[in-house]
Design a protein around this ligand. Structure first.
Ligand code: SF4
Length: 596
């Protein structure tokens, strides 16, 4: 008996032929990927049958088939779907659904997300496409192509996301194959942008052009993205996975909210390694669970980062929880093992030893300019500038997509960058073309001088496109930000994060003000948290109001901002003001006691 890859099957009494084929194929695949052998498996991928491994072999004979070390009967529903059919191998199914203009059944709905296709009923009876934009860097040509797709087959708009990415909504099933084909024609992909995969790799949005940065991380984000696209075992993880590269410059990429955050640091002489720029590795950021990524104690040369990311992801793939979705993120594996064991397991997969140096041996990260992603700024290249353009809650209609592409080509180098603040940046604009670029931005109905609150406002999809949402997040976010900007003259940045459910895609716990959608007496409302921040301002926001109808919220926020503007210390930020006061004091400033 031979398997399809001509490997002779070892006799495994107690298993059907199909089970034997499955087991041997699975272990051979694991061995090919170079991951740790399981008990009873040889380095060659065959199940051991020697005298010394008799006990393990006996156990294997009696055990039911496993999937990443978990018996099939214990797998959660999504893992069973992954085990039953590899979602990367469903092209014919995608074609069939398009030909029949048919919505997917629940298992295929999950698999389609591996291709960036989200069937979002009942919120909308259509597909949302999520792309991959590594490092948030797009070309004008790609932006034009996406605009054409949005105009011809979608909702006439793109949404910029909090992972420097692009989503386009309202594609009908009949169009999904030509949508994916068009994405490929543009030199892009949507593969792995949803489900249990490594999401868009983010990078500091002005990397390579930032006078303050330590290291240009765009090539690292691009290299990791290519590694993922070309490694099948980087798909189908226990849960989604986020990776960010922070070049140590002036604009945040929220590295500490990622499963792995690589942060450039300067190391001076005297620590047993040559002075230079290295990367710290932060692990297990998951702010929806109120946890920031923390330093794992290792220091990397820049050219080691991709290999370390891949090794850590492989350990997670093999040993993460596949029985309970609520415990499947990386955090739970590291909680179970401890950081040192996790790092040691990853190190075994590397061709080089890891350097362990405490974070205290590195220079502190340079300050972040919280307003640096909006407005005109000089680049590290003399005579060139970048312009940060505000895109309220990331909504970019087709005409503005085309206008941005045109400005990027006529005034810059045809490049557009996306930020985790759902805004965009036009880089490489010579001094002589600055005024033309600014005029064209305004003519397109966009702004590079948005209000303080609007510039820092992000919102998740909300109930107009996500079935989990309790509220219309984007509409509410814009309403509130406009109200505060019109009413108050605030100079220092205020970040407003509005998220529709506890999944916290808009990371409400790291906002100066965070709103999470809830139902209040049948109406749309929010839990309000306050005083959150990331990077050097790192803190999980505290609850100010457990639940309030949105219709009651604007006057409460106005009272809070009234108190801030009248009681603040000189130069004090809104964040500093809210952190200086207890929750009870802040509640008293805006008469919340009467409301809750
Ligand atoms: Fe949907 Fe919740 Fe994510 Fe908002 S936070 S996009 S409502 S899953």
């Amino acid at each position: 008996m031979e398997t399809q890859n001509n490997t002779a099957l070892i006799d495994m009494p107690g298993f059907s032929i199909a089970q034997q084929q499955y087991l041997q194929g699975f272990f051979a695949g694991v061995a090919q990927r170079g991951v740790m052998p399981f008990a009873g498996q040889t380095a060659g991928g065959q199940i051991a049958n020697s005298a010394t491994s008799g006990a393990a072999n006996q156990a294997a004979e009696e055990a039911e088939p496993m999937w990443f070390g978990t018996p099939l009967s214990e797998l959660c529903r999504e893992e069973r779907w992954k085990q039953e059919e590899n979602a990367l191998d469903i092209w014919e199914k995608l074609v069939a659904h398009a030909n029949e203009d048919k919505a997917p059944a629940p298992d295929d709905l999950f698999r389609f997300k591996f291709h960036g296709l989200f069937y979002v009923a009942p919120a909308q009876d259509s597909f949302m496409l999520r792309l991959r934009v590594p490092g948030g860097i797009l070309s004008a040509h790609q932006l034009r192509g996406l605009a054409q797709m949005a105009a011809d087959w979608g909702c006439g708009r793109a949404d910029l996301t909090t992972r420097s990415n692009v989503q386009i909504r309202e594609f009908q099933p009949k169009d999904i194959v030509r949508v994916l084909s068009k994405v490929q024609d543009l030199g892009m992909t949507s593969r792995g942008s949803g489900a249990d995969n490594i999401r868009n790799i983010t990078a500091s949005p002005v990397t390579g052009i930032d006078p303050e940065e330590l290291y240009d991380v765009a090539p690292l984000a691009d290299a990791l993205n290519r590694y993922i696209l070309n490694s099948r075992d980087m798909y189908g993880l226990p849960r989604k996975f986020n990776v960010a590269f922070d070049g140590g410059g002036s604009i945040s990429v929220l590295a500490d909210t990622n499963d792995i955050g690589f942060v450039a640091v300067q190391v001076n002489d005297g620590h047993g390694i040559p002075a230079g720029v290295y990367f710290r590795v932060l692990l297990c950021g998951i702010t929806g669970h109120k946890q920031f990524a923390t330093d794992c104690g290792v220091l990397l040369h820049p050219d080691q980062t991709v290999a370390v990311a891949a090794a850590m992801i492989r350990v997670f793939a093999e040993r993460g929880d596949r029985t309970d979705r609520k415990k499947a993120r990386l955090k739970y594996l590291v909680d179970r093992w401890g950081t040192e064991k996790f790092v040691a397991k990853a190190e075994k997969l590397l061709a080089f030893p890891l350097i362990r140096v405490p974070a205290s041996a590195c220079e502190p990260r340079r300050p972040i300019d919280r307003a640096g992603h909006i407005g005109v700024h000089p680049q590290s290249q003399p005579g060139l500038h970048y312009i940060g353009v505000s895109v309220p809650v990331g909504r970019l209609p087709v005409d503005q997509m085309l206008a941005v592409a045109e400005i990027a080509e006529s005034c810059g180098t045809g490049e557009v960058r996306l930020t985790v603040w759902q805004n965009l940046i036009l880089p490489n604009i010579p001094t002589a073309k600055l005024e033309a670029a600014k005029a064209a931005i305004l003519a397109a109905g966009l702004s590079f001088e948005a209000g303080t609150v609007m510039s820092g406002t992000v919102a998740c999809t909300g109930n107009k496109g996500c079935r989990y949402a309790a509220t219309d997040t984007k509409t509410h976010a814009v309403t509130l930000a406009r109200l505060l900007d019109n009413r108050f003259n605030i100079v220092q940045p205020v970040n407003l994060h509005v998220t529709g459910c506890p999944h916290s895609c808009a990371q409400h716990y790291v906002g100066d003000i965070g709103l999470m959608g809830v139902k209040v007496g049948g109406e749309e409302g929010y839990q309000v948290v306050i005083g959150g921040g990331s990077d050097s301002d790192q803190s999980i926001a505290r609850e100010l109001i457990p639940a309030i109808k949105f219709s009651d919220l604007p006057p409460v926020m106005e009272q809070l901002f009234d108190s801030y503007t009248t009681r603040r210390h000189e130069e004090e930020t809104f964040l500093g003001f809210t952190r200086r006061h207890s929750i009870a004091e802040l509640q008293s400033f805006c008469a919340i006691k009467e409301l809750v």
